[in-house]
Design a protein around this ligand. Structure first.
Ligand code: AHG
Ligand code: MN
Ligand code: MN
Length: 333
């Protein structure tokens, strides 16, 4: 039997590779791991909360409000970051503005985190995979002060780590610190993330495409032509690709990481800048994709090079196997 490497073992081992490492960043990853386990536990109770313990928005038997799971997840991660003391502030999908932590320890911290606490939240009620996506930056404001907006509006190339947690048929945490991508599966019997997918590589090409094709008639013509290519027998495989669309970006992305494929969320007439959020959906997954040998663009520009101007900025996204993203881009003018 091979030795089990837990996420904690892995983090400590890799800390030794960083010169001058203080352990602050390792502790931050540890906080994310603990918060993920708590959210995973809560996700596994989702149906019970709705149908047995009372619906969301209702008062439960203890007289507490049942909260929506994405708010529960948001609060769980924020509490982990606030109590951890390695982060001076956070930006989250669930909060209109960034949150700057006020206590002295946090003001002296080196990092900021941007995250989507629950991605694919329309899938919660129907028992389909959902996830958490996160992105970590060094702050640009001086230590000892409160976090400012500029700490969060850094291009994706400045990320020092990014990752996601997938609450699927098992719970997985996948992350990169810019030195490859590693995946850990939660063993519920011991409550530990265990290294299950070392050095993940996205296949150079695949035959899966993911897009909300309900939007096909409100996209630019090049998208329609590319999807027709995917569906034709004249493509590089000589037979139609398979369409797969979960509607949880993190789950669609993870499948393509393993099997090879492309995910597209383009501009549409209804969403002229795309639907997905640059800072806590596109950038972290673009970082992971590139680290695994894949590609992530807006269709015309590398995602990681966009200079953000607002916290909840949107971007169109073409992400996945390198040759498939390149092919899709060749259809745009
Ligand atoms: P969230 O649940 O965090 O708001 O994100 C939903 C995102 C993404 O996960 C998914 O791929 C996409 O929105 C689905 O959008 P459509 O319903 O327009 O296909
Ligand atoms: Mn999302
Ligand atoms: Mn979300």
């Amino acid at each position: 039997m091979s030795k089990v490497i837990t996420l904690n073992d892995f983090i400590i081992k890799n800390q030794a590779d960083f010169e001058m490492a203080t352990g602050e960043f390792s502790r931050l990853l540890g906080d994310i791991s603990v918060a993920s386990k708590i959210v995973s536990r809560d996700v596994r109770k989702a149906g019970l909360v709705d149908h047995i313990l009372g619906a969301q928005g209702e008062v439960n038997v203890q007289g507490e409000d049942q909260q929506k799971l994405d708010v529960v997840a948001d609060e769980q991660f924020i509490a982990a970051f606030k109590n951890g003391g390695e982060v001076c502030g956070i930006g989250s999908e669930e909060n209109e503005s960034f949150v700057a932590f006020e206590d002295e320890t946090s003001k002296n911290a080196s990092y900021v985190v941007l995250f989507d606490p629950l991605d694919g939240s329309s899938n919660i009620d129907v028992n389909v995979s959902i996830g958490t996506i996160f992105s970590i930056y060094k702050r640009v404001s001086p230590k000892g002060t409160k976090a400012v907006l500029e700490d969060f509006l850094q291009p994706g190339t400045a990320q020092i780590a990014a990752g996601y947690v997938l609450y699927g048929s098992s719970t997985m945490l996948v992350y990169s610190t810019g030195n490859g991508v590693n995946g850990f599966t939660l063993d519920p019997s011991i409550g530990e993330f265990c290294l299950s997918h070392p050095n993940m590589k996205m296949p150079e090409k695949g035959r899966l495409y993911a897009m909300n094709e309900g939007n096909i008639h409100i996209c630019e013509p090049g998208i329609k032509k590319y999807i027709a290519y995917c569906q034709s027998s004249e493509n590089d495989y000589g037979s139609p690709y398979s369409g797969r669309y979960i509607g949880s970006l993190v789950a669609d992305f993870h499948r393509n990481m393993i099997k090879g494929g492309i995910y597209i969320y383009p501009n549409t007439e209804n969403a002229p800048k795309g639907r997905l959020r640059l800072l806590y959906e596109c950038n972290p997954l673009a970082f992971i994709a590139e680290q695994a040998g894949g590609l992530a663009t807006t269709g015309r520009q590398r995602i990681l090079e966009i200079k953000p101007t607002e916290l909840h900025e949107r971007a169109s996204l073409f992400i996945g196997s390198k040759s498939m993203v390149e092919k899709a881009m060749s259809y745009l003018d």
